[in-house]
Design a protein around this ligand. Sequence first.
Ligand code: PLP
Ligand code: COI
Length: 339
Amino acid sequence: MENLDWKNLPFGYMKTDYNIRCYYRDGKWGDLEVSQSDHIDIHIAATGLHYGQEAFEGLKAYMGKDGKVRLFRWEENAARFAYSADGIMMARFPVGKFREAVTRVVQLNRRFIPPYGSGASLYIRPLLYGSGAEVGVKPASEYTFIVFVTPVGPYFKGGIKPVDMLICRNFDRAAPKGTGIYKVGGNYAASLRAGMEAKHGGYASTIFLDAKRKKYIDECGPANFFGIKDNTYITPKSESILRSITNMSLIDVAGSLGIKTERRRVPVEELSEFSEAGACGTAAVISPIARIVDPDRNKVYKYCKDGKPGPVTMKLYNKLVGIQYGDVEDEFGWITIVE
Ligand code: PLP
Ligand code: COI
């Protein structure tokens, strides 16, 4: 793809050459099928349409300086995909098939993998939904799996440039015993109004608080939250947030850099004690936070001097991204090379 402006790619959809599909019928998964169409034919009574029986994943393929294509911790995405399927009673997509589908879709769309040094990557979006017809509220007996790819730049504009976030008390993303821990479409639908309110105010994202007490930090739109205090990486423990693979990885990276880590409830007031703060996720990578605005409490928390990310955030970012692009040794065994 010679004529793509790789350095300025948005986080958006672009048609690529192929996607892969697979169907669950009569209690079993069929073979992977390659498609050139980016449309689907769907039953008007599919549970995915009516009752939100839908889960997805997000992972990336990175082009290294050595010309090798790297997948980052795909096994964790496969496991979470199965966990999400269980959470809303869908047929699990087998791990072996997940690997095969993800590998093939990357191989088939190789010309769309952004070059090393562009700051972009190939976003891989596996999707699973109830495609069987039901009118009563119950799980479907047929499911469809699709995986497509699209080249993307960073989710929050500016990449490693610090962004502002808005604390939101008007909307909840997920209830404590609800579906917040699964990567299912309904959670994102529930987050849209809050997200738009934040965007209209000039913020990159909303910070959701725990829905029950509005006392603790949950997460930052489509990313987990972390704060830094006394050389310690602190990230919320909550039963209504997605278990971010990036966050899990940053905890290990922090450990390897001599940074202490804590996963525990983070009260809103503690925001005043952090020296740095950020959002992390596959799409977000690490987005340093410049300011968190809490309009209901009339508070503004500031984390950046001269608009620059803090030193601990940068150390974590450099090592994580270094591993993903193959510039830093993969001491954790997180990388799979796509031949
Ligand atoms: N939280 C939410 C709600 C997300 O959608 C995502 C993105 O997947 C994350 C956190 C980050 O998770 P991960 O690091 O596994 O991409
Ligand atoms: C990701 O980080 O992979 C996400 O899924 C975030 C978002 C675009 C939904």
